[in-house]
Design a protein around this ligand. Structure first.
Ligand code: KIV
Ligand code: ZN
Length: 505
C-alpha cells in the first residue's frame, strides 16, 4: 500500500468553528496562501451555504489558490451542494465535501430519519455532486459512534454514486486509539469498492486523543487526515497538523509514511493563525507552544548545551523556529528588518515593509531589543488585519492611588473623529467605558486576558478579549508596550470584527 499521507487542512472551516473565531475573507486568503506554502494537499475553505460572507471567503480562496485543492463543505442536500459548487467551481481540481450522520443517536434525535432514508440521501447527494465534479468526499458524521456495518453499507453506496474520498470522523472525540485503528481496519476490509478510494479520518480532541487516534488510523490504512493548525476547532478542537506531521517525521523508524508538508513553515503558519483568529496557543502545546523548546532545569540546560539531542527530539530549525543571536534594535536598518521578516516567512511588498518599519522604529524608542515575536505581532496588526470601522486616534488615562481613574479617548469612526471622557474602576475600565459610549455597542465582555509577548518589563503586552453581542461571539487582539493601549486596541479589534460580521452575515 502507498505510504503517502494527504493532509486535508480544515483550519478555515472546522477551525473557524472555534468559539469567537470569525475570519473575514482577507484573513482567510492570508491563511490560505500560507497553507499553500506549508504544502497541505487540500484546503477546506468553508461552508458556503452558511452565509454570504462564508460564500465569498470560499470563492476567493478557490479563485486564487493553485498549489492545493480547495474543498467546500455541504450537507447532503441539493441546495448546499449547488451553493458549494458555485463557490469553488473556478478552483483547480475543486472538491465537494458532503456529509451526513450515520450514528443511531444522530439519526434518532437530530435527523429523525431511518437508516434506509439516510442511505438514500447519501447516495442521492453524492450522485448530485457527481454532476459537477469527480472530486467528491463523503463524510459519515459521528462514524466513531456508528454501527460499523451500517457505515460500510453507506460507504459502499456513495462509492457507487461517485465518491472518491471516504471520511470516517470521530465527531465527538469518543474513541480510543486501538479501537479507532480497529474500526478503520474493519471499514477497509468490509466496504465494497474501498480499494479504489482514499480513506480519510477527522478526529476531535475531546479526550485529548485526536493525534493518537489519527496515527492509529494511518497505520491501519487511512491515507488522508483532516487537521487544523494549532488544533483549533469545535469544542476541544481537531487533530493538530503539526503534531501528526512531526510525529510521522520524528518516528519514521516506527511509522514509515510521508507527507508533502514543508515543516519549516510550521511555526510561521502557527503564529499567523493564532494572530488572525485571536486564539492563543497554550504555552506547553506540543511542537508550537512557546515552552516547547525551553529548558528550565539546570540539568536539562547543561545537557542541551553539551548535546542538543539529550533533551530535544526535534531540531527547532526543522519546524522554522530560528533561535537567532542577532537581535534587532534601534540601530538596525531596513535591510536587516527585511531579512528578518523574510527569515520568518513574510515576503512583504515595499509599501508594507515601510509600514512595519514605522511601527518597528516607534517600538525601538520604547524597547531596547525587538524579538521575532514582537515583529510577528506588528505584522499581524499592521498588515493582516481587517479594515477598521473604528480606529484609535488618541488615548489619555489617569490612574493611581487616591485619584478617580479617568480616560479620554478619540476614535475615528467612518472617517469622522469623535471624543469622549469617562470614569471607571481603573484606567482600562475607564477607557473601555469611553470606547463603549463612542461606538454605542451593547456587547458583553466574556474574556479579558493580558500576557507579555517576551520577557522583561519593557516587553510588549498582548491582550486578548472576547465579546458577545446578539449571539455573535468575536475575539480581539492588541499588542503594545503599554498594556492600556494594548487593551484598547484589542477591544477595538473585537468591535471591528463585530461590525464586519454584522455587515457581512
Ligand atoms: O466533526 C465532524 O464530523 C465534521 C464533519 C463535517 C466532517 O466536522
Ligand atoms: Zn469536525
Amino acid at each position: 500500500m502507498n505510504n503517502r499521507v494527504y493532509i486535508f487542512d480544515t483550519t478555515l472551516r472546522d477551525g473557524e468553528q472555534s468559539p469567537g473565531v470569525s475570519l473575514n475573507f482577507e484573513e482567510k486568503i492570508q491563511i490560505a496562501r500560507q497553507l499553500e506554502k506549508l504544502g497541505v494537499d487540500i484546503i477546506e475553505a468553508g461552508f458556503p451555504v452558511a452565509s454570504p460572507g462564508d460564500f465569498d471567503g470560499v470563492k476567493r480562496v478557490a479563485d486564487e489558490i493553485r498549489g492545493a485543492q480547495v474543498a467546500a463543505l455541504a450537507r447532503a442536500n441539493q441546495k448546499d451542494i449547488d451553493v458549494a459548487w458555485e463557490a469553488i467551481k473556478n478552483g483547480e481540481n475543486p472538491r465537494i465535501h458532503t456529509f451526513l450522520a450515520t450514528s443511531d443517536i444522530h439519526l434518532k434525535h437530530k435527523l429523525k430519519k431511518t437508516r434506509d432514508e439516510v442511505l438514500e440521501m447519501a447516495y442521492n447527494s453524492v450522485a448530485h455532486a457527481a454532476k459537477y465534479t469527480g472530486n467528491i468526499e463523503f463524510s459519515a458524521e459521528d462514524a466513531g459512534r456508528s454501527d460499523l456495518d451500517f457505515v460500510c453499507k453507506v460507504f459502499g453506496e456513495v462509492i457507487r454514486a461517485g465518491a472518491k474520498v471516504l471520511n470516517f470522523p470521530d465527531t465527538v472525540g469518543y474513541t480510543v486509539p486501538w479501537e479507532f485503528g480497529e474500526k478503520i481496519k474493519y471499514v477497509m476490509e468490509n466496504t465494497p469498492g474501498i480499494e479504489n478510494v482514499i480513506v480519510s479520518v477527522h478526529c476531535h480532541n475531546d479526550l485529548g486523543l485526536a493525534t493518537a487516534n489519527v496515527l492509529s488510523a494511518i497505520v491501519n490504512g487511512a491515507r488522508q487526515v483532516e487537521t487544523t493548525i494549532n488544533g483549533i476547532g469545535e469544542r476541544a478542537g481537531n487533530t493538530a497538523m503539526e503534531e501528526v506531521v512531526m510525529a510521522l517525521k520524528t518516528r519514521e523508524n516506527s511509522m514509515s509514511y510521508m507527507t508533502n508538508i514543508n515543516t519549516q513553515q510550521i511555526i510561521p503558519t502557527s503564529r499567523l493563525v493564532s494572530a488572525l483568529t485571536g486564539m492563543s496557543v497554550q504555552p506547553n502545546k506540543a511542537i508550537v507552544g512557546v515552552n516547547a523548546f525551553l529548558h528550565e532545569s539546570g540539568i536539562h540546560q547543561d545537557g542541551v548545551l553539551k548535546e542538543r539531542t539529550t533533551y530535544e527530539i526535534i531540531d527547532p530549525k526543522d519546524i522554522g523556529l530560528f533561535q537567532t543571536n542577532i537581535v534587532l534594535g534601534k540601530h538596525s536598518g531596513r535591510h536587516a528588518l527585511k531579512a528578518r521578516l523574510e527569515e520568518m516567512g513574510y515576503n512583504l511588498s515595499e509599501e508594507d515593509i515601510e509600514r512595519v518599519q514605522a511601527r518597528f522604529k516607534s517600538l525601538c524608542d520604547k524597547k531596547k531589543e525587538v524579538f521575532p515575536e514582537d515583529l510577528e505581532a506588528i505584522v499581524a496588526e499592521e498588515i493582516l488585519r481587517i479594515p477598521d470601522t473604528y480606529s484609535l486616534k488618541y488615548l489619555h488615562v489617569a490612574g493611581g492611588s487616591g485619584i478617580i481613574p479617568t480616560a479620554t479617548v478619540v476614535l475615528e469612526i467612518e472617517g469622522k473623529e469623535e471624543r469622549m471622557a469617562s470614569l471607571g474602576a481603573g484606567p482600562i475600565d475607564a477607557a473601555y467605558n469611553a470606547v463603549s459610549a463612542l461606538t454605542k455597542n451593547t456587547s458583553k465582555l466574556l474574556k479579558f486576558n493580558v500576557s507579555s509577548i517576551t520577557g522583561g518589563t519593557d516587553a510588549m503586552g498582548e491582550v486578548m478579549v472576547r465579546l458577545e453581542e446578539d449571539g455573535i461571539i468575536v475575539n480581539g487582539h492588541g499588542v503594545d508596550p503599554d498594556i492600556i493601549n494594548a487593551s484598547v486596541k484589542a477591544y477595538l479589534n473585537a468591535l471591528n470584527r463585530l461590525a464586519y460580521k454584522k455587515k457581512n452575515n
